[in-house]
Structure formats: structure tokens, C-alpha cells
Design a protein around this ligand. Structure first.
Ligand SMILES: [Fe+2]
Length: 482
């Protein structure tokens, strides 16, 4: 495709850019400048308004549900038993399968040595990251690791749980102590899922969002391709990171803030997700992925399948972008400075890197992000607690009644949070994306978009026929908007 003289010389003025080349732009995160991804906190008024109207207002209105959620929590009556089968299902076949890793540390081999046999393969679900949480009085959190034996290709069987605070190695033979340990694992999973791993689909990508809006001309084909996938996100992130009413502040008066500890410790979870945990192979530092990060089991297979379809769409749309395109070269250089692992201008056109970068971004903010929310919202607040009111177990310990492991207020906050933040609330959807591919090649691009959407529909049918049904296509959002 010939972009014409507009892109051959630098005769572009501020009007050729979305906000007159005046930002938004990434900056060090005000709360954790050295520990968190660059943040984008100064936003054009029009973006703020768009978010408040379509997203923010819903949060305010949802607060009215508090009395209803209190009653719902009251009549629910505490936690439900989680069978070993169900525990296994949650760890290996939900978004928590993201924690499965074959990378056992020296310490893991030592802690689990009684349960490990020669010639067997093992993986662990590593929830050590919750160590930063400073629990409020009467509430408990505990790092755990769960050992699983490989019994087939990416199929596992739970063997035992190591509870860090009591240094206890527990197995299903341990009765009530085992039952309590399972809740601590699930609680750790809930906290790490929402505040350690999932945030890497949000915050590091904000720089790409902002730089695309500021550094790419509106008429550039890359800008047009990315635009529907940028909406609502920056203001949402700003609200989470800087609003005094953010769920992560976790004040006691907040009817929607379910976490068990104080803000500082919770905020450190974001740092662990982005900077990694030194010496722990399960939590490496963030590095922009060109392809979806490895997730063991069917959850990973499902989301990877979408990558292929998005890749073919991206390649068709961008096939005529030349390797000396000064806008893309500068765009990549700006981003590389702000996003660890993002290729610089000199590398972006090597092999398939350019297509992979764009596919990775679109994949992350659509399927990669939506599936986590959709899947988490399907889990029961009575099986996966966020708060626990008994200290972590050692061998021989009894468990208090499930009704008393959580209070009505604990569960009310959790239900409110599920409704407001964890559960998906789509404003714009991937399948409805309208790309503004106007110009000489309009017809050709329309055909590419039609083909993309029919491939998405076909893929959904194909995954359905294989029994892979993690999220319906029409529930996948066009951008990060919750
Ligand atoms: Fe999210």
C-alpha cells in the first residue's frame, strides 16, 4: 500500500494526531516509581468523560447494591466444602492454572522431599507472592506451594501442600488441617490472580496505549488498527492506581474492598508481579511477550487458539507497512524505553516481530484479559475465599466451622467486588470492532475485517466442539474496560 507523501516527509502538524501530540504519555508510577510499570496519569478531558459516562458511573450506581449483597452473604452462611476433586479442578482448569510451573526451586525439593518419587514429573502451584500482605487483626494470609504429579500430557494430580508459616507439609491424609490448607491455597490464588498476575495484562501495556495515541498519526494504518483496542483503558488504570476510593486501598469502610490486609502490602503485590520475586523461578520479572505466556492445561490451549486468528488478521492489515516507516520506528523506540522487552525500532521489523508485537497487544487486551475476568466470576465466593479467620494449619490442627471461617461482612465485600470489578462488564466487544479503514483501500480492508470476524466465529465453533468453553466470543471485550 502507498501511504502517499503524507508519510514520506515530516510535514505533519498537530492536527494530524489524536490529541495534537500533547499526550497522554507514560511517567514513573507515583506510588512505586521503581517497582511498578510506567503509569499514565494525565489524561485528555475527553477520555476522562468517556470513561465516567460508560464505566465510572456504573461503579457509583453499583454501591446501591450493598444492602442486597449483605443479605445475600448473610443467607449464604460461610464457606462450602471444597472436595479434593474440586480443588484439583480449580488449580488446573481455571485461571489459576496460570500458577502451574515445572520450575521447582532448591527449597521446593527440600520442602516436598517426603512426597516426591524418583522417575516422576512434578509441577507446583506457587503462591508465595502473598507474603507481602499485612493482614488486618483477626484475618490470616499464608504463602503456600502445592505439589502436583504429572499423570498425562499437562494433566496433574495434587500430592500435597506446603504451608510456609507453620512449615507444615500436608496431604489429604491430614483431615481438617488439609481442609483448611486448601482454603489457604485458594485464598492465595485469589489474591495472586487479581493482584500479581492479572495486573500484567493491564499496567505494563498502558505505555503502548498512550504512545500510540500521541506518537502515531491518526491516518496511519497501525493507529487505525489499534484504536478500538485503546478505549476506556487509561482512565480505568488511573482510577485503580491513584483514586483514594480504589479497591486496592482496601479501607474498612469500603463495602466493595474484600482484601485481607492493608494497602501498602497489597500494592507490593503489583510490584512482585512486575519486578518478579528474586530467587523464585515462578515469578520472573515482566518481559513484553511476543506470544501468549505459557499456561499449562486447557485454559492455555483455549486462549492460545485466539492468538493465531488475531495474528493472521494483523498480518493482513499491516502487510504493506514498510520497514523504513519512520512513524513505526519512532513509536517502537518510545515504547521500548517504557516497556521491558518491547523491541526497539532497529529490531521491530526483524522477522515477524512487528506482527507479533501488535498481535500480542491486541490478544492481551481482548481475549487474554476478558477470559480471566469471565472465568473468575464463574467461581464461587464460598469455595475461593479472599479472607480467612483462622490461622494457617499445622499437622493435627482442627478447623473451625466453615460458617466462622468468614463473616457476613467479609462475604458482602467479596460479592460487591465480584459485581463491580472482577465480573466482566463489556461496553465494546471484539466481535463488533469497527476499524476506520477509510481511503483508497477501503474495500480491501473491509474484506479483511469480515474475514477476521468469520474466523473468530469459526474458531469459537471449533473450540466448542472440543469441549473448550471458557468464554463465549460475544463476551470478549474490545479493550481493557474493567
Ligand atoms: Fe482486569
Amino acid at each position: 500500500m502507498d501511504f502517499g507523501p503524507l508519510f514520506r516527509n515530516e510535514e505533519l502538524g498537530p492536527d494530524d494526531y489524536l490529541y495534537g501530540r500533547k499526550g497522554p504519555w507514560p511517567q514513573p508510577s507515583p506510588d512505586h516509581p521503581h517497582g511498578e510499570a510506567y503509569a499514565v496519569i494525565h489524561l485528555p478531558f475527553v477520555e476522562q468523560l468517556d470513561w465516567w459516562f460508560h464505566v465510572g458511573l456504573r461503579y457509583v450506581v453499583s454501591l446501591g447494591l450493598t444492602p442486597w449483597m449483605f443479605l445475600k452473604a448473610f443467607f449464604m452462611g460461610g464457606l462450602k466444602p471444597v472436595s479434593d476433586q474440586k480443588f484439583h479442578e480449580i488449580l488446573t482448569n481455571t485461571m489459576m492454572s496460570k500458577f502451574i510451573t515445572p520450575k521447582l526451586d532448591e527449597e521446593d525439593y527440600e520442602n516436598f522431599k517426603e512426597l516426591m518419587k524418583q522417575g516422576e514429573s512434578y509441577v507446583i502451584t506457587d503462591l508465595q507472592a502473598v507474603r507481602t500482605v499485612k493482614a488486618y487483626k483477626g484475618l490470616y494470609v499464608c504463602p503456600t506451594k502445592t505439589l502436583m504429579r504429572e499423570v498425562g500430557h499437562e494433566e496433574y494430580e495434587v500430592v500435597g501442600i506446603y504451608v510456609f508459616k507453620t512449615k507444615a507439609l500436608l496431604t489429604p491424609e491430614d483431615g481438617q488441617a488439609w481442609e483448611l490448607a486448601k482454603y489457604f491455597v485458594l485464598q492465595g490464588g485469589a489474591i495472586c490472580a487479581t493482584l500479581v498476575v492479572h495486573p500484567n495484562l493491564h499496567f505494563p501495556l498502558d505505555s503502548i496505549n498512550a504512545i500510540t495515541k500521541t506518537a502515531l498519526p491518526k491516518k496511519h494504518i497501525l493507529f487505525k488498527l489499534l484504536k478500538p483496542h485503546l478505549r476506556f483503558t487509561l482512565m480505568l488504570e488511573n482510577a485503580v492506581l491513584t483514586f483514594k476510593t480504589s479497591v486496592i486501598r482496601n479501607k474498612k469502610w469500603m463495602s466493595y474492598a474484600p482484601y485481607p490486609g492493608a494497602y501498602e502490602g497489597l500494592r507490593d503485590l503489583l510490584v512482585e508481579g512486575f519486578r518478579g520475586i528474586p530467587g523464585n523461578e515462578s515469578y520472573p520479572p515482566y518481559h513484553f511477550p511476543l506470544t501468549p505466556p505459557k499456561v499449562y492445561g486447557k485454559y492455555g490451549d483455549f486462549q492460545n487458539a485466539y492468538y493465531e486468528v488475531i495474528y493472521s488478521f494483523v498480518k493482513s492489515v499491516l502487510k504493506n507497512v514498510k520497514s523504513d516507516d519512520v512513524h513505526v520506528l519512532n513509536w517502537a523506540d518510545y515504547i521500548a524505553h517504557h516497556v521491558p522487552g518491547f523491541p526497539k525500532g532497529k529490531d521491530i521489523f526483524k522477522g515477524d516481530t512487528f506482527y507479533q508485537c501488535i498481535t500480542s497487544y491486541i490478544w492481551s487486551v481482548t481475549i487474554g484479559h476478558s477470559i480471566d475476568h469471565y472465568n473468575y466470576a464463574q467461581q464461587s465466593v464460598q469455595e475461593i475465599p479472599v479472607r480467612l479467620r483462622q490461622s494457617p494449619p499445622k499437622k493435627g490442627d482442627a478447623m473451625i466451622s466453615r460458617k466462622n471461617l468468614v463473616t457476613t461482612i467479609d462475604q458482602m465485600k467479596y460479592l460487591m467486588c465480584m459485581k463491580m470489578f472482577f465480573g466482566p462488564t463489556n461496553v465494546t466487544r471484539l466481535i463488533d470492532c469497527d476499524y476506520d479503514f477509510t481511503g483508497d483501500h477501503n474495500k480491501e480492508y473491509k474484506k479483511i475485517v469480515t474475514e477476521f470476524k468469520s474466523q473468530l466465529l469459526e474458531l469459537e465453533k471449533k473450540l466448542d466442539s472440543k469441549g473448550l468453553k471458557y468464554i463465549p466470543l460475544n463476551e470478549i471485550a474490545a479493550s481493557i474496560q474493567y
